[in-house]
Design a protein around this ligand. Structure first.
Ligand code: DI6
Ligand code: FE
Length: 403
């Protein structure tokens, strides 16, 4: 006997079939057992199965729970003051050079008690979860010393234990050079590569490693050292690449079989081709594009032409994307980057799962996968990327349970 049978619903399995890219099942039903999906199909096909609880959904849409595959959710303070400075004409780089930007969040993060860091992150997490998120990637990167970065990773483990959400922890090892290391770049990279990364890997606190490959961040040869170390410690890699300029980051990431390259506004054809060959997912972050009032868009058509899977994420962070709504990220991806509503939905489900290396576990409604689902009271799926900040699903099901 199954635990639950969701019935009288329309299901977007996100398992593509011929002529049915979203794997839609009209008049569908979904069987759940031990927190996993046992079967999805026509309600008539599933009618013969017994379930302890039958949940009629009155024609609502069921999708996989949303996957936010790129966030910097944990940080102290916020940067509303910079929002004002930017309105007065300052650029992100100018603010960073004047000691604001990431450096100011690092100060606030390191000054915060662990409990208050957790409380503020939980508040943001709650907003994203109410928006339909059932899996979230969180990056460290706002401590910039060994103990502090490990503390950020431990906060992720604590949130995973206390909240009804799956957390994919990423060590954002090379985010910004701390000012006190200004004249010792190489030594800082060595500290990260030789001490921080091995400590995080040994303690199993992170599953992937990331870096900010940019003029205001780290250069490709520095990122390469980090990626070699990640390989040696069995950690997957991801990269903030070609956000503000083209540094060849996407090609570098692809050479290391990266799970994803993220941002990509300045991505060129060589980068797209390399990503296609490596199966690296393109993670688009329209919240940062919007907040920075960028004008150069990622090459979406070229990504499509080369068959690079496209994901969409909030990039929730205090500096460039204070975005707390997954469906608003989908809307922005459609409106600003020209994704179709279907692409935006795939971008926050199956392709986001791929960007985390979790495509066997989550991201679509298929037998054996986690029963992480969202039930939407909408007429059509296009509404998810249509409302400018949809309030979220009517029900959010995590590991088979309403939460
Ligand atoms: N790229 C971003 O958009 C964020 N980090 C990064 O590497 C910005 C982080 C911040 O400004 O606090
Ligand atoms: Fe980011």
């Amino acid at each position: 006997m199954w635990d639950r049978l969701l019935t009288d619903c329309r299901v977007a399995t996100m398992e593509p079939a011929a002529g049915n890219p979203l794997g839609i099942i009209e008049q569908g039903a979904v069987g759940i057992q031990d927190g996993r999906i046992v079967r999805a199909g026509k309600r008539t096909e599933l009618a013969g199965y017994q379930a302890r609880e039958v949940v009629p959904l009155g024609g609502a849409w069921v999708t996989p729970g949303l996957v936010d595959c790129h966030t910097h959710l944990i940080f102290g303070g916020n940067r509303a003051d910079e929002h004002a400075m930017r309105r007065a004409g300052a650029t992100y780089e100018q603010i960073a050079e004047a000691g604001g930007g990431i450096a100011s969040t690092v100060k606030a993060t390191n000054a915060a008690e662990t409990n208050s860091l957790l409380a503020s992150a939980a508040m943001r997490l709650d907003a994203l979860m109410r928006g339909g998120v059932t899996t979230i990637e969180i990056k460290s990167g706002y401590a910039l010393d060994v103990e502090g970065e490990l503390r950020m990773l431990r906060c992720m483990a604590a949130l995973a234990a206390s909240e009804a959400v799956r957390i994919s922890p990423t060590l954002l090892a090379l985010h910004a050079l701390p000012p006190e290391w200004r004249d010792r770049r190489t030594e800082y990279v060595a500290l990260v590569v030789e001490q921080l990364l091995p400590a995080a890997a040994d303690a199993r606190l992170a599953t992937a490693v990331d870096a900010f490959c940019e003029g205001v961040g780290f250069l490709p040869h520095e990122v390469e050292r980090l990626f070699h170390a990640a390989d040696n410690h069995g950690l997957r890699v991801k990269l903030h690449a070609e956000q503000l300029s083209n540094r060849g980051g996407a090609r570098l990431a692809a050479r290391f079989n990266a799970l994803s390259a993220d941002h990509l506004e300045h991505l060129d054809e060589a980068g797209v081709a390399a990503m296609a060959d490596a199966g690296t997912v393109a993670v688009l972050l329209p919240g940062a594009f919007y907040a920075l009032q960028e004008t150069r868009k990622p090459p979406v058509q070229m990504l499509r032409d080369y068959g690079v899977p496209i994901a969409v994420a909030t990039d929730c962070n205090p500096g460039t994307s204070p975005l707390l709504s997954p469906t608003l990220a989908m809307n922005l991806a459609c409106t600003l980057f020209g994704l179709t509503p279907e692409e935006a939905l795939a971008g926050m489900t199956i392709n986001a799962a791929r960007a985390l290396g979790l495509e066997d576990e989550i991201g679509s409604i298929a037998p054996g996968k986690a029963a992480d689902l969202a039930v939407w009271r909408v007429e059509s799926l296009a509404e998810l990327g249509y409302w400018i900040g949809h309030p979220g699903p009517e029900r959010r099901i995590f590991a088979g349970q309403d939460s």
